[in-house]
Ligand binder design. Structure first.
Ligand SMILES: Cc1cc2nc3c(=O)[nH]c(=O)nc-3n(C[C@H](O)[C@H](O)[C@H](O)COP(=O)(O)OP(=O)(O)OC[C@H]3O[C@@H](n4cnc5c(N)ncnc54)[C@H](O)[C@@H]3O)c2cc1C
Length: 417
């Protein structure tokens, strides 16, 4: 009898894992509880996802070629989206998750994966297989499904991780509104995405305005200590954007959690976790789509090798490969979040640092192509010197942050500010 893999969650990570498993002829079942609503998301995707997973560009609403970074005091840095060697594929893709996820799910089904519209409500791992209990989202009936191995692709709250007895991960929250604008208003964001830094829009992460075909998605991310202020921070961001949003029509308000720590262990006896369930969001950008897809692919490839002996010792080859390939990048981006968003003076330094052309190229090499090549020695010296100058300037003469309203004063200052 064919081996079967059960994947809980059929969003970007789960669907990609299913496609990779089917490519190797492995019988695969996806269970997804939500097939109509989109996953709350800014929908910024690197070109690497399109090349590595052979995705059509028709999924892209807009190609962003410029980023505007605005510091707490209103300093602006305009950054072209270009890597060290211009490739013709230098852009940030803006997608709508309802379109993107729908495509991946459909591809998984076309390649032979079964899709059940149900919510998993129980999971047990036994010596000879796994059993999941689920409730049909069509008629509410309850069923049990058995498989050889389970992949938890069920997001930041991961029921799979809970059923495996794992602790929840520390979580940030991101809240976003999609606002329909006229064509002439959208011209301001033709191929530009905005990032705003500052205590009153995001004390420890960042806030954004990401352009989609006919609307702008404005949102804020906020770390575990500040989640209760999320709505007030979003209102502040909209005030900042001011007249650009005048007359806009609210299409959707959406919010969700983001994991803030990768799991130490991502593979167990007969079970694996991928994407947000494994905590694989990167810190500086809150980026998780590519990482969910890539971890889905890596998990599927490890499973294909060990499906006859799916013990933790074998399946952990997935996480070993992961950290070997991406450990340095994760560590660096985590440090960058701590360093760049630590307080408002650092946010000023971060904004100024982004004016250095080598910083720009390194940033977009790592974002667009998932490569981290060290900069030449001379460039490193220049970057360091620019940062030291900026740091001295911002710590000796404080730039006054823009304050939109009272709420900001109720939002606690971050450490060192
Ligand atoms: C507001 C916001 C903005 C973001 N912006 C970006 C961005 O611009 N770019 C980027 O790369 N990342 C962004 N992220 C992060 C990105 O959305 C996630 O990292 C990514 O969706 C993770 O994919 P995943 O497949 O691991 O999990 P998810 O996309 O969270 O999918 C989990 C799936 O599991 C299903 N599920 C859960 N429980 C059950 C159950 N019991 N039974 C059946 N199904 C279940 C859910 O319905 C869901 O479909 C953002 C996140 C938020 C919240």
């Amino acid at each position: 009898m064919a081996q079967r893999v059960l994947i809980i969650g059929a969003s970007v990570g789960g669907a990609t894992a299913a496609i990779s498993l089917r490519a190797q002829g492995i019988e695969t079942v996806l269970i997804e509880r939500e097939l109509t609503k989109a996953k709350p998301c800014g929908g910024a995707v690197p070109p690497a996802a399109f090349h590595e997973f052979d995705l059509p560009e028709s999924l892209i609403d807009r190609k962003v070629k410029n980023c505007l970074i605005v510091s707490p005091s209103g300093q602006e840095t305009h950054v072209p989206v270009v890597g060290s060697v211009p490739t013709g594929h230098d852009y940030v893709a803006m997608v709508r998750r309802e379109v993107f996820d729908g495509y991946l799910r459909e591809r998984a089904q076309q390649r032979g994966a079964d899709l059940i519209h149900g919510q998993v409500i129980g999971l047990t791992v036994e010596h000879d297989g796994v059993s999941a209990r689920y409730r049909s989202m069509i008629d509410g009936s309850e069923h049990v499904i058995r498989a050889d191995v389970v992949i938890g692709a069920d997001g930041a709250y991961s029921p799979t991780a809970k059923f495996l007895g794992l602790d929840p991960l520390p979580r940030a929250v991101a809240i976003q509104e999609r606002i329909a604008l006229t064509e002439s208003q959208m011209a301001r964001w033709e191929d530009t995405a905005d990032l705003y830094l500052g205590r009153e829009v995001s004390p420890d992460l960042y806030s954004w305005a990401f352009p989609k075909r006919d609307h702008i998605a404005v949102g804020i991310g906020v770390g575990p200590g500040h989640t209760r202020h999320a709505r007030a921070l979003l209102e502040n961001l909209k005030r900042r954007l001011g007249a650009s949003l005048d007359g806009g029509r609210l299409l959707l308000r959406e919010a969700h959690a983001l994991p803030m720590e990768p799991r130490r262990q991502m593979a167990f006896d007969r079970a694996m976790l991928i994407g947000d369930a494994a905590g694989l969001v990167v810190h500086t950008s809150g980026e998780g789509i590519y990482w969910a897809m890539k971890s889905g692919q890596f998990a599927a490839e490890a499973l294909a090798q060990h499906l006859d002996a799916p013990a933790a010792a074998n399946l952990r080859s997935y996480e070993k490969r992961w950290w070997k390939q991406y450990g340095t990048m994760y560590t660096f981006l985590r440090w960058l979040q701590w360093w760049g968003y630590g307080n408002e003076r650092q946010m000023e330094v971060f904004t100024e640092m982004c004016r250095n052309p080598d910083v720009q190229r390194l940033t977009f090499d790592s974002y667009m192509h998932k490569q981290m090549a060290p900069a030449p020695w001379g460039a490193q010296m220049k970057m360091t010197w620019d940062i030291i100058k900026s740091q001295v300037r911002n710590y000796t003469q404080r730039r006054m942050p823009v304050r939109e309203q009272d709420t900001a004063s109720r939002i606690q200052a971050t450490a060192g500010d």
